[in-house]
Ligand binder design. Sequence first.
Ligand SMILES: C[S@@+](CC[C@H](N)C(=O)[O-])C[C@H]1O[C@@H](n2cnc3c(N)ncnc32)[C@H](O)[C@@H]1O
Length: 256
Amino acid sequence: MSDYTKFIASVKQKTGIDLSLYKEAQMKRRLTSLYEKRGCKNFTEYFELIRNDRSMMDEFLDRMTINVSEFYRNSQRWDVLDKKILPQLLQKTNKLKCWSAACSTGEEPYSMAMVLSNHLPMREITISATDLDNGVLEKAKVGLYPERSLKEVPTVVKQKYFNQEGQFFQVTDEVKKTVLFKQHNLLDDAYGKDFDLIVCRNVMIYFTEEAKDQIYTNFSKALKPGGILFVGSTEQIFSPERYGLESEDTFFYKKI
Ligand SMILES: C[S@@+](CC[C@H](N)C(=O)[O-])C[C@H]1O[C@@H](n2cnc3c(N)ncnc32)[C@H](O)[C@@H]1O
């Protein structure tokens, strides 16, 4: 097993993150420059460093995951949102207040709009989408993506809500109009309230236990009773009742 292959296995065991799903040459290049900066000679030494030092682990996570997103990420979960969660939410109201927190370059809130449009006219959909990084928000507003970001998008949705521009695909104006992008720091800024649906995926992995605790508490307060928090596929909440939440389906939590 190569130095890097062992590193991949160790990181997966420690964090649940599967580096083998990222382009190897690019990832190795990024991480090699980082471990050299930290005085390590190879991935084995680097793993020992990040394993024993929380700030080094955070730096590593920051370098390897930041801003990675795609449409309908973990598409089976989006099916559950479409077929189970949204019909339940729409029994009570047809005006849903929705938030995509840590939305990166927009794939997630636009996916929300596309799924919601199976239940509501597009013009009645409004989604708040926030991220810490203003750079990604600017890209999100443009809404132009390489084809690989769309690999999980159902063909009918791709035909209906994207325009091909050479090698790229642009989200239609109809979809873009549903999403309001704004800068927001989950660790520092005030949260909104009375949300029916909060989607926050693949960012909690950056945070310490204390920070996660605070964020889940804030999300719970920001939800209406019966509202839903949809989290990432490595981010299940242990003891959700601590936050006044209960499991509704895998990776979906309902405010009690
Ligand atoms: C890996 S992306 C996840 C994108 C999308 N949610 C998804 O699952 O595909 C993580 C995003 O979290 C954002 N982020 C990191 N720290 C944050 C913070 N403190 N508050 C808000 N967003 C943050 C990063 O800028 C990045 O865009």
